[in-house]
Write a protein that binds this ligand. Structure first.
Ligand code: NAP
Length: 306
């Protein structure tokens, strides 16, 4: 079957690291154009304005947005109003209201919209979900600690209002949590640490219903930690390496150390949605983050510079 044409918008770190390689190997998609003020992909037609691309290339039926969350809404609206399918990097927008508005717009235009959560595609997430089904969780603990200078070098937007700070990676943990738990959770308390010179938190500690806690920190040097552990009626279950390794009672049960399968799986899912004229807009990870900003106590901590 011929591959469908897709345009990629915001050619920066994640587009280059993950989207472009995933599209190059995709049986479903052909990267037919890019839109970015500075970034390009070798051999692919490049535009700097999304309106120009949508007008010039009516044959491109799907657009994938890799912009940071704050500048994304206007581009997303333009795509949907032009009757094209839309795929959104995580988090799907800067606010819940704008993402609901995009979902409504997609429905009105009869196109597909997909709020992606790449961490849900990690190797062991499906196995963890199956293992937890029907079990009782007594307690759960998420530890998501990474070095912002290593993973987001110079990305000042991440510490601006709407950039989400440490929730940019933390929402990945919450996307896994909300996928694997047998029942929904909600936030009951939070404490957020804001650097004195920034508008978004550098660390956060969350309490969720069901005895689940989360510890997010952007200041971890040395080994990085993306783990979650659950005490259940059937023993201890742990997901390590960002959802890629499942351990039961300390023994590896499933998984691989690589994250390279996540984006090919997202693009395969997008192809499925487009073929079925369906959408996938689970906003539960973003609700937990929004509630942490609503309910959280604020601490001012040491200033931060990249
Ligand atoms: P990035 O490299 O800083 O930004 C992507 C591109 O967006 C930039 O190269 C820039 O392209 C464009 N852009 C940046 N700010 C803009 C603005 N204010 N207005 C218009 N365009 C702007 O960011 P990223 O790391 O790729 O992250 C993008 C999204 O992917 C975020 O939502 C992030 O959470 C998600 N993500 C990132 C990672 C990661 O490891 N970095 C992993 C998974 C998901 P031009 O200057 O060429 O226009």
């Amino acid at each position: 079957m011929a591959r469908e044409k897709l345009a990629l918008v915001g050619i920066g770190k994640i587009a280059t690291d993950q989207h472009v390689p995933a599209l190059a190997d995709s049986p479903d998609w052909e990267l037919a154009a890019t839109v970015s003020r500075h970034g390009t992909v070798s051999g692919v037609e490049a535009f700097t304005d999304i309106g120009d691309m949508l007008a010039a290339r009516p044959g491109i039926g799907t657009v994938s947005l890799c912009l940071p969350p704050v500048p994304r809404f206007a581009a997303a609206q333009a795509v949907l109003r032009a009757g094209r399918n839309l795929m959104l990097e995580k988090p799907p927008g800067a606010t819940l209201a704008e993402v609901h508005a995009l979902h409504d717009l997609a429905r009105a235009h009869g196109v597909s919209i997909f709020a992606t959560w790449h961490s849900r595609m990690a190797h062991a997430v499906g196995a963890a979900k199956r293992w937890l089904a029907g079990r009782s969780i007594h307690e759960g603990r998420i530890i998501w600690r990474e070095d912002v200078r290593k993973w987001h070098p110079g990305q000042d937007w991440i510490f601006e209002a709407g950039g989400m700070g440490v929730f940019d990676p933390g929402i990945n943990a919450l996307s896994i949590l909300t996928e694997i738990l047998p029942a929904p959770v909600h936030l009951t308390g939070a404490e957020l640490d804001f650097p004195a010179n920034r508008q978004a938190p550098i660390a956060a500690r969350l309490d969720l219903s069901g005895g689940i806690s989360a510890d997010f920190d952007f200041r971890q040097e040395g080994p990085q930690t993306w783990d979650m552990e659950f005490a259940t009626d059937a023993g201890l279950m742990a997901l390590r390496m960002g959802g890629n390794i499942l351990e039961i009672d300390g023994q590896r049960a499933e998984g691989q150390d690589s994250i390279m399968g996540e984006y090919p799986a997202l693009y395969a899912r997008m192809a499925e949605l487009v073929r079925g004229v369906a959408s996938d807009m689970d906003l539960s990870p973003m609700v937990l983050v929004a509630d942490a900003f609503t309910l959280g106590r604020r601490n001012i901590v040491e200033t931060f510079e990249f």
